[in-house]
Design a protein around this ligand. Structure first.
Ligand code: HEM
Ligand code: HEM
Length: 373
């Protein structure tokens, strides 16, 4: 069978696009509905991540399919059709094409508006289409669901048309879209299924060594990979003391102050499986030695998180300046921690398949000599 369409039948590439997209839509509907019904948990995360990746694949395939259609002659509709049947066939095909774009785009906007970045089979992350917005998210949830119903109705109409052509009008419409030999939909389905799928608390003041945290200008944030996409959060309340001369650095974090930007996710992360903030409300880093490193310094000490203490070394840079007549110190850097070392991720969350083990902590502390506060 030729790759290109002829006036009599669809070429192999057009057929490939058609049946692959059909198979993907079936899987997609099953994943979408399953994802909707599952309670918040690892399984829901995995199902929806796969749903998003396949949805984006459909978006790409639909674009390629249209491009290929534009480069090819399209077999004209059968001549035995009445005008209203021709109109109905055109209407159905155009609606299907529109839905093939609208479904993934509304899904993608939905995820972006919720603040959940989208990745393609954990391989690379896609940009957010819109900034975070609760109103837009709600609107997209309804639109995505309404479009799913519209797609189901249109496909039913489309299948009814194909069956009518084959069994009632007994013309070639269905045959010319069917691949030769035994290349079945199941094969396409099989192919698809094998696809990879702190801000500081204002005004906190700690007595003691030389430098303490200055007001609300500091930040403590973290990023981690979830379903292939980089997610972030921040810790809003912490205190820090730094004594460069004695080589002491201490940071105490109020774990109840973390914010993922999503209340549902905050509840999950604060719970027993993750930070268990009721049991372990504080996390603490204490450095007992500061050493000069190739670029900047290293704070050598221990981190206690979720009741577990580990020895760690954190690289950082330190500089001082005079701002509006008073000395200010800037301490910043980042370090990668393994969440499982601290028991963050119990039960089903112990797996790193969907939520990575590495968590990058970024800190930017603005400090001032304590006596000048
Ligand atoms: C052709 C492509 C797609 C089809 C046919 C499809 C279909 C569906 C269906 C049937 C549902 C369950 C009912 C509903 O709430 O809408 C659903 C849910 C969902 N879809 Fe899609 N979808 C597609 C693409 C996407 C894409 C590309 C994304 C994101 C990047 C996405 C994200 C979601 C999410 C997050 C839900 C759960 C909604 C909720 O929690 O209420 N979908 N989808
Ligand atoms: C999710 C399901 C489906 C979608 C999204 C879909 C989409 C489409 C689209 C957009 C076209 C127009 C092709 C063009 O003009 O470029 C088309 C053609 C066609 N589809 Fe489907 N389809 C689906 C399922 C099916 C099924 C299950 C059958 C068979 C029972 C079928 C049989 C056909 C046939 C025979 C044609 C060719 C019509 C002609 O030659 O005039 N489709 N499909």
């Amino acid at each position: 069978m030729p790759i290109r369409n002829t006036r009599e039948r669809w070429g192999s590439l057009s057929q490939f696009f058609h049946w692959l997209i059909v198979a993907l839509i079936l899987v997609q509907a099953a994943l979408g509905l399953t994802g909707l019904l599952l309670p918040l948990g690892m399984e829901k995360l995995a199902v929806l991540a796969r749903h998003k990746s396949i949805g984006l694949t459909i978006l790409g395939l639909a674009a390629l399919r249209l491009l290929w259609r534009w480069l090819n002659p399209t077999p004209p509709l059968q001549s035995n059709l009445k005008p209203h049947e021709r109109w109905l066939a055109h209407f159905t095909h155009v609606s299907l094409y529109i839905l093939l774009f609208a479904m993934p785009l509304t899904g993608w906007i939905m995820s972006s508006a919720r603040g959940f970045p989208v990745s393609w089979f954990n391989l690379f992350q896609l940009p957010d289409l819109v900034p975070k917005s609760r109103g837009l998210y709600d609107a997209m949830v309804s639109t995505h669901a309404a479009l799913a119903i519209a797609l189901a109705v249109t496909v039913a109409l489309h299948i009814a048309g194909a069956i009518r052509h084959h069994f009632v009008l007994k013309d070639d419409t269905l045959r010319r879209m069917l691949p030769f030999g035994r290349m079945t939909l199941c094969a396409l389905l099989g192919m698809m299924l094998s696809a990879p799928a702190a801000r500081a608390a204002a005004g906190l003041r700690v007595s003691g060594p030389t430098y303490t945290l200055l007001g609300s200008q500091s930040s403590l944030t973290y990023t981690f990979i979830q379903a292939g996409a980089r997610n972030q959060g921040r810790l809003k309340s912490f205190v820090a003391n730094f004594d460069p001369a004695a080589g002491r650095l201490s940071v105490v974090i109020d774990m109840r102050s973390f914010d993922t930007g999503d209340s549902q996710r905050n509840d999950l992360l604060g719970g027993k499986d993750f930070f268990d903030v009721a049991q372990y409300p504080q996390s603490r880093f204490t450095a007992t030695r500061i050493e000069k490193a190739a670029a900047g310094y290293e704070a050598i000490g221990s981190l206690t998180l979720r009741g577990i203490t580990r020895h760690i070394t954190i690289p950082f840079t330190w500089r001082t300046a005079t701002v509006q007549g008073r000395p200010v110190g800037y301490l910043s850097g980042q370090t990668v921690l393994q969440r499982l070392d601290f028991g963050v991720g119990q039960g089903q969350w112990h797996s790193t398949e969907w939520v990575g083990d590495d968590v990058t902590v970024h800190f930017s502390l603005v400090l001032t000599p304590s006596e000048s506060q």
